[in-house]
Write a protein that binds this ligand. Structure first.
Ligand SMILES: [Zn+2]
Length: 211
């Protein structure tokens, strides 16, 4: 069994997110079910990190790439969770992936995980983890949403539930989600914040009809 240790004790919130030059617009859609599961799983683990696998489809066109995440999960029954680290149950993730491929032609889109409140960005350990996955597995991209609890209103905090959240994140109950997207072959392992993130939309509804 492959163990993925994701230790978030090396947070670096000051790290600048550099946009990678990409001529294609990247748009990510999340199905309502995916958001429901992320919210429910996050509520189940108020004091520890948690996470899940993202299953969906990639649609590549001339000038844009669209990712649709249809399903997600919790971290699995044998996951190891601490306040600053998550070791997902990889056997469970693999099982989810096999079932997703069989039943709906869905593929691995990445993994979400929950951070302690206030840590909205990927940690250095997260970047190491993405690097490791790219080195070991044949993946071209990874979508890595970070979920965190919104803090009560405080001066200077932009994630207060009373204030509109940035356009690069969205709210999901008492949580906020910031979506990072990693591309293989980019010179640095910096995250791209997708240009468009949609919780639900006419486009999604049209897709789900044919799904
Ligand atoms: Zn993390």
């Amino acid at each position: 069994m492959k163990i993925r240790l994701r230790k978030d004790n090396k947070f670096d919130n000051n790290k600048k997110i550099k946009a990678i030059k990409n001529t294609k617009t990247v748009t990510i859609y999340f199905s309502p079910e995916t958001l429901r599961v992320i919210k429910a799983e996050s509520e189940k683990s108020p004091y520890t990190e948690t996470g899940g696998i993202l299953l969906g489809r990639k649609y590549e066109m001339a000038n844009q790439i669209i990712f649709v995440v249809f399903h997600t999960s919790g971290p699995g029954p044998r996951a190891f969770k601490t306040p600053i680290a998550l070791v997902p149950d990889i056997d469970y993730y693999n099982e989810m992936l096999i079932n997703g491929r069989k039943s709906g032609g869905l593929d691995y889109m990445g993994e979400w995980h929950k951070h302690p409140a206030g840590f909205e960005n990927t940690s250095l350990a997260d970047l190491e983890q993405v690097n490791k996955i790219f080195a070991e597995e044949e993946r071209d991209f990874m979508i890595c949403p970070i979920v965190f609890e919104k803090l009560p209103a405080a001066k200077g905090r932009r994630t207060s539930p009373h204030l509109p959240v940035d356009k690069d994140m969205f709210t999901c109950g008492r949580f906020a989600i910031k979506v990072f997207y990693f591309l293989r072959g980019s010179k640095k392992m910096d995250a791209i914040i997708p240009k468009n993130i949609h919780k639900n939309s006419a486009f999604y509804k049209k897709l789900i009809k044919n799904y």
